[in-house]
Write a protein of this length. Structure first.
Length: 191
């Protein structure tokens, strides 16, 4: 589950894409807390297929309900930025960088181009208007209900250029050992 602040109005209509730079991915259950979805004046709950999808959207693990994962993320983030053994950044520093990497000046999704074979497992990319998860060397088509069977993309794999949807710093963290949790359909589809 994700959080970007209060994005809905009194009629539960989404009226904003974000209200804060702090985009977090939370556990669905934590200490018995219960919430009404889109309650007035409370943060708007966002639901993701899996952690790979949340990371591609630019969310990071929550420092409260997913503390262990947050610490793993911080360590991989630091290593991915060339700072092995250096001070781990705080949430505010990570959020500032992530916000600059995920949102363009006009408010749209910021992406970049890369060769598919160069991105690590867990990265979500766009190829010809369709999202894919790179997993176990395959390109699995993404949908709201899960991942489809691995597909051969039109160009030969070494030359396939894609738009990377996962922010650069998160891709660097993945290269440094952060392996996102993926929906079970990815495991089945990659076989």
């Amino acid at each position: 589950m994700g959080n970007r602040g209060v994005l809905h109005d009194e009629a539960k209509r989404v009226v904003a894409a974000w209200r804060s730079r702090r985009w977090i991915a939370c556990a669905l259950t934590f200490r018995g807390r219960r919430r009404s979805v889109f309650a007035p004046h409370r943060y708007s709950e966002l639901f993701f297929l899996d952690e790979a999808t949340a990371l591609a959207a630019g969310h990071r693990p929550c420092a409260e309900c997913r503390r262990r994962r947050y610490e793993e993320f911080r360590a991989a983030w630091t290593a991915g930025r060339g700072g092995i053994g250096s001070r781990l950044p705080g949430a505010e520093e990570i959020d500032r960088v992530l916000h600059s990497e995920r949102v363009s000046r006009g408010g749209g999704k910021k992406t970049y181009e890369a060769v598919l074979s160069s991105v690590p497992a867990g990265t979500i990319v766009d190829h010809r208007g369709r999202p894919y998860l790179k997993w176990e060397g395959e390109a699995l088509p993404w949908s709201f209900s899960g991942y489809g069977r691995a597909e051969e993309l039109p160009e030969p794999p070494p030359e396939t250029t894609v738009r990377v949807l996962t922010p650069r710093s998160i891709v660097r963290a993945m290269r440094s050992g952060l392996l996102p949790q993926v929906d079970a359909s990815a495991i089945v589809s990659a076989r």
